[in-house]
Design a protein around this ligand. Structure first.
Ligand code: GLA
Length: 402
């Protein structure tokens, strides 16, 4: 018996050690594009190829958006052995050829499945086929899996997501694992060991501040999602991020609202997964999505989710996010329906992040201020900052120690 244990002990250890996620991925929040917010079930090989082309020609790829992810509705049937196939009418060349095309553009390729028997749009889910699907994805060259939670009956979320994590790991191809469970089973408490990001809320909708109801199911406005996600900052960090859902930038909100949405997602170190039509994007949308300075706030290597520093009854919030090297990002968010004049007198302010212990005392240290939307110089913290922030808009500033 002892000899047997000695012989198989290392194998048992290897099996246990394999039960983990790929841990060198998503050191900063994942960036990419996903089909759902704009195209829903209207996905096709042509859309994905043209979007891959657009990611290059618009500068999105070079700004850091690397994952090109197909959401729901790519699925066809399972074959007699149970292996999943793409919908051949929508993807006539097959997923492997499509992944090759995406990779040849210098991008990475993502797909979507569901822990239940069916996806949210009623296509085939992975339940009972997890290891088989993981092998199929590895054969295709998949780099990112968004794994949804519809039709899961009495499954327990943590266990179901661990099964797929282990299946992906066993298949051997590094895959970013995106937990899409909407926050119901508090994935921020178990997600860091299981995936690289986890949805914290219901689905986003292209509205900054509204309540919508689709017969018992309500998506979240930008502000509603912000308010839920901001409470969860302790869970986020390199390799494991809160996911307040994909971007609605360019999908119908006003330029101010798009700017505020994008800036707040950057302040929260959220994954930046664009969800608009990249082939027909207004110049302002493109400029916002590829704003290197805002992206740098999101992608900062310190990996800290920012926090509200002050909230006032007139609808103004001042947020801070500590950055690597002693810099800070600051955002003044105006949630109100009218413009607000804001004065921020540095001499009487001091930022202390209770979570990470980073502090900024402006009485002792002077910082230079740069407006990250216009690129303009806003002087230093030696004199008070006075600004007017339009309704549903932001002022985003980077503070650099002088
Ligand atoms: C759920 C997810 C969405 C999207 C759809 C697809 O609602 O939360 O992000 O993937 O399913 O059906």
């Amino acid at each position: 018996m002892r000899r047997l244990l000695l012989a198989i002990g290392p194998l048992l250890f290897a099996a246990t050690a394999r039960a983990q996620k790929f841990d060198q991925l998503a050191k900063t929040p994942p960036m990419g594009w996903n089909s759902w917010n704009k195209f829903a079930c209207n996905v096709s090989e042509r859309l994905i190829r043209e979007t891959a082309d657009a990611m290059v020609t618009t500068g999105m790829r070079d700004a850091g958006y690397q994952y090109l992810n197909i959401d729901d509705c790519w699925h066809g049937a399972r074959d007699s052995l149970g292996f999943i196939h793409e919908d051949a009418a929508r993807f006539p060349s097959g997923m492997k050829a499509l992944a090759d095309y995406v990779h040849a553009k210098g991008l990475k390729f993502g797909v979507y499945s569901d822990a239940g028997a069916k996806t949210c749009a009623g296509r085939l889910g992975s339940r009972g086929h997890e290891y088989q699907d993981a092998i199929t994805y590895a054969r295709w060259g998949v780099d990112y899996l968004k794994y949804d939670w519809c039709n899961t009956d009495s499954l327990k979320a943590q266990g179901a997501y661990m099964t797929m994590r282990d299946a992906l790991h066993a298949a051997g191809r590094p895959v970013v694992f995106s937990i899409c469970e909407w926050g119901t089973a508090q994935p921020w408490t178990w997600g860091p060991a299981v995936g690289h990001l986890w949805r914290t809320t219901t689905d986003i909708t292209d509205c900054f501040d509204c309540v919508r109801n689709y017969g018992g199911w309500s998506p979240g406005s930008v502000l509603a999602i912000l308010d839920k996600n901001k409470e969860l900052r302790a869970a986020a960090g390199p390799g494991h991020w809160n996911d307040p859902d994909m971007l609605e930038v360019g999908n119908g909100m006003s330029p101010s609202e798009d700017r505020a949405h994008f800036a707040m997602w950057a302040m929260m170190a959220a994954p930046l997964i664009a969800g608009n039509d990249l082939q027909h994007m207004a110049p302002a949308t493109r400029a916002l999505l590829t704003n290197r300075d805002l992206i740098a706030v999101d992608q900062d290597t310190l990996g800290v989710q920012g926090f509200p520093y002050r909230t006032t009854s007139d609808g103004v919030e001042v947020w801070f996010k500590p950055l690597a090297g002693g810099d800070w990002a600051m955002t003044v968010l105006n949630r109100a329906a009218a413009a607000r004049r804001v004065e921020f007198d540095w001499a009487h302010e001091g930022v202390a992040d209770n979570l990470t212990k980073h502090t900024a005392g402006f009485a002792k240290t002077t910082y230079r201020l740069r407006d990250l939307v216009t690129g303009g110089d806003l002087g230093t913290t030696a004199s008070a900052l006075t600004t007017v922030v339009p309704s549903h808009d932001v002022l985003v500033v980077r503070l650099r120690r002088m």
